[in-house]
Write a protein that binds this ligand. Sequence first.
Ligand code: AMP
Length: 119
Amino acid sequence: MTDYDDNNIFAKILRGEIPNDTVYEDEYVLAFNDINPLAPVHILVIPKGKYVSMTDFSIKAPATEIEALYRAIGKIVTDKGLDKKGYRVIANTGEHGGQEVPHYHIHIIGGEKIGSLRP
Ligand code: AMP
């Protein structure tokens, strides 16, 4: 696993150096609209702690931070009404997973029928 890079774009967002379109925030979690949305709703949910990936977060994060992230997702999807028709959650991880930003993030994608994962 690579070391955390303090210069990644989400670290800059968390430090307030780059603006974001915040959807939800609490002590442990920030969620904001993706700058390049793939669907009518495309939200990124990130822990405020310095975790590179799903692997890093699931192994190292304390239970309070893990719970906060999942509770935040539940709040966001119900607030946005996505729970009614459904949505997709993705955590691209590492090179094979196509992860571009090395700060753990979960994509919430919805607002329309999302196509199959298979091309
Ligand atoms: P991933 O490929 O899973 O690492 O996804 C990174 C996501 O971050 C992409 O969907 C980008 O559109 C999104 N993104 C990159 N920079 C920003 C930004 N400044 N604000 C919001 N979303 C961003």
